[in-house]
Design a protein around this ligand. Sequence first.
Ligand SMILES: NC(=O)C1=CN([C@@H]2O[C@H](COP(=O)(O)OP(=O)(O)OC[C@H]3O[C@@H](n4cnc5c(N)ncnc54)[C@H](OP(=O)(O)O)[C@@H]3O)[C@@H](O)[C@H]2O)C=CC1
Ligand SMILES: Nc1nc(=O)c2c([nH]1)NC[C@@H]1CN(c3ccc(C(=O)N[C@@H](CCC(=O)O)C(=O)O)cc3)C=[N+]21
Length: 296
Amino acid sequence: MSQIIDGKMVAETMKIAIGEEVKQMIAAGQKVPHLVAILVGNNGASETYVANKVKSCEELGFASTLLRFDPSISEADLLAEVQKVNDNPDMDGLIVQLPLPAHINPDKVMETIHPSKDVDGFHPINIGRMAKGLPAYISATPQGVLDLLAYYKIETAGKHCVVVGRSQIVGLPMSILMQRNHPVGNCTVTLTHSRTPNLEEICAQGDIVVAALGKPEFIKAAHIKPGAVVIDVGLTRVEDATKKSGFALKGDVDFNDVAPKCSYITPVPKGVGPMTIVSLMKNTLLAAKGVIYPKN
Ligand SMILES: NC(=O)C1=CN([C@@H]2O[C@H](COP(=O)(O)OP(=O)(O)OC[C@H]3O[C@@H](n4cnc5c(N)ncnc54)[C@H](OP(=O)(O)O)[C@@H]3O)[C@@H](O)[C@H]2O)C=CC1
Ligand SMILES: Nc1nc(=O)c2c([nH]1)NC[C@@H]1CN(c3ccc(C(=O)N[C@@H](CCC(=O)O)C(=O)O)cc3)C=[N+]21
């Protein structure tokens, strides 16, 4: 049986360290980090994630502002709201919760966020700087995965890492980070997607498999080499009448099928999800301190 990676515990441990740093900032008379979240519409899952982010800000002593807009807001008006945050020196970090309504181009929104406030790490400048190994905000979910591998002292150098999914927010940055010449890195990386033939065979060659495809319980024991490390990024709400909420959360990995075969596995929930939030808090702290983009 594999060891379950306790993302919730690691996230709580990291939060304590961030909270201590905020206390020191307050003691030194400095402004606390301020995260702004923009939420367009009222998608149930987005509401939960944004609420979790605001709650974490409160726990850590950060300032937070939630800006809500009607789903009918025009793209131009939303871009103007982003610009207001860019221009407000009191606001350190901005996230615009995805997905956005179909009439709004997410790329335009991400490119409008000033790179120095882009704590999601979605702006092309941050993605480009990350790819070049320059200081950058790194996308929160892949950063959270790196932190979990580091915490559990899982060797990555020389390993074959198979990433399933090539999204700009998870799969693509994950693949770039895992191949870097870095303490958690130096993998040989295979990036797979919906057009990959023989996905099962390729996954079964992975020493580390990161599943980020958004298909509940898609990855089965047959996809996994005995003793592999399995990281489940997926998070899908599936109807479940036995739950008070009416839904259950499912990862992209069939946990019960895969867990007996692998060495480490992240659960859903309480795996990668809480790490995403803590990474965002870390990026907001970096933004407040001007570490990546020095303030003048
Ligand atoms: N835990 C966390 O903090 C987070 C969790 N998530 C979750 O992770 C999952 C992925 O999110 P995200 O990256 O945004 O998703 P996207 O839908 O943007 O991307 C999914 C990717 O998976 C690929 N894919 C889809 N079906 C298959 C298949 N059958 N075989 C192989 N590849 C496939 C797609 O290929 P193609 O490019 O060809 O379409 C695409 O590249 C979701 O469940 C999401 O909720 C996301 C962000 C944070
Ligand atoms: N601009 C933007 N930035 C994001 O970082 C972003 C986004 N858009 N859109 C959606 C995805 C998803 N995401 C998660 C955040 C928290 C949990 C999380 O807290 N999960 C907990 C609890 C889950 C629950 O109870 O619903 C867990 O897995 O244990 C999960 C997923 C951030 N995303």
